[in-house]
Design a protein around this ligand. Structure first.
Ligand SMILES: [Fe+2]
Ligand SMILES: [Fe+2]
Length: 213
C-alpha cells in the first residue's frame, strides 16, 4: 500500500513538473514581446505562493494559486505590441484596450479542461478592495481570495521593476505604498499576513532588479 501511495505521489509530482514547465515556456513566449516584463509572471507566481502559504493555503490550493500567478497576464497575448511597449503615457483608448486583458485571459483559460479552474482567479486579478478595479468593479470579499493575493503580488512586482514608462521604486517605498493602500486597493488582512515576507523578497529579487538598470 505504501509503495502504491509513493507511486501515486511520484506520478502526481511528475505530472505537476511537466504541466508547470509547459506553462513557464508559454509565458516566456508572451514576455518575449516586451523585455521589461521578462520574469514578471514568475515573480508574481512565487510571491503569490508565499502569501498563500502565509494565509494558510496548502497542497492543491497553493499549486492552483501559483499556476494562476504564472498565467495572470496571458490575455496580454491579444494586446497589440505597440501598446505593450509604449514608453510614454497611454491614450485613454489604449488604456481601455489594456484593460481587456483580464477578460481575454479568462476566455483563453476557460477553454482548457485543466486550466478552467483558474479562469476566475485570472479574470479578477485587477479588481480592487474598494470596488474601483476592473473588469466588474467587484468589492471586498466578493473578489475571489486568490485574485486578491494576485492583485498584491502583481502590484509589488510592477512597483519594484523598471518598465518602459517608469523607474523602479525601492522595496522600502513599495512596502509603505502597499501599507498605505491597505483597505483601499488591497485586502487589509492579507497585507498584515505579508509582514514577515518583505525581507525575504528584497533579498531574493533585488538581484533581478539590479539587472534592469
Ligand atoms: Fe494584469
Ligand atoms: Fe501582471
Amino acid at each position: 500500500m505504501i509503495k502504491q501511495l509513493m507511486g501515486l505521489k511520484q506520478l502526481r509530482q511528475e505530472k505537476w513538473y511537466h504541466y508547470h514547465d509547459i506553462i513557464e515556456c508559454l509565458i516566456g513566449a508572451l514576455e518575449a514581446k516586451d523585455a521589461y516584463t521578462k520574469g514578471h509572471s514568475e515573480r508574481v507566481a512565487h510571491m503569490a505562493y508565499d502569501i498563500g502559504k502565509q494565509c494558510g493555503l496548502k497542497g492543491a490550493k497553493l499549486e492552483k494559486l501559483h499556476i494562476a500567478g504564472h498565467l495572470h497576464d496571458i490575455g496580454k497575448i491579444g494586446i497589440p505590441d505597440y501598446i505593450l511597449r509604449k514608453p510614454g503615457k497611454l491614450l485613454p483608448q489604449e488604456y481601455e484596450m489594456i484593460r481587456t486583458h483580464s477578460q481575454m485571459g479568462y476566455d483563453i483559460l476557460i477553454k482548457s479542461k485543466v486550466l478552467k479552474n483558474i479562469a476566475d482567479i485570472v479574470l479578477y486579478h485587477h479588481e480592487r478592495w474598494d470596488g474601483r478595479g476592473y473588469p466588474h468593479a467587484l468589492k471586498g470579499e466578493d473578489i475571489p481570495f486568490e485574485s486578491r493575493i494576485l492583485a498584491i503580488s502583481d502590484a509589488i512586482d510592477a512597483m519594484t521593476s523598471r518598465r518602459s514608462y517608469k523607474v523602479a521604486v525601492t522595496w522600502e517605498a513599495c512596502y509603505k505604498e502597499v501599507k498605505a493602500n491597505s483597505g483601499i486597493q488591497f485586502d487589509p488582512e492579507i497585507v498584515i499576513k505579508m509582514d514577515s515576507l518583505w525581507k525575504q523578497w528584497e533579498a531574493q529579487y533585488s538581484i533581478n532588479y539590479a539587472s534592469h538598470a
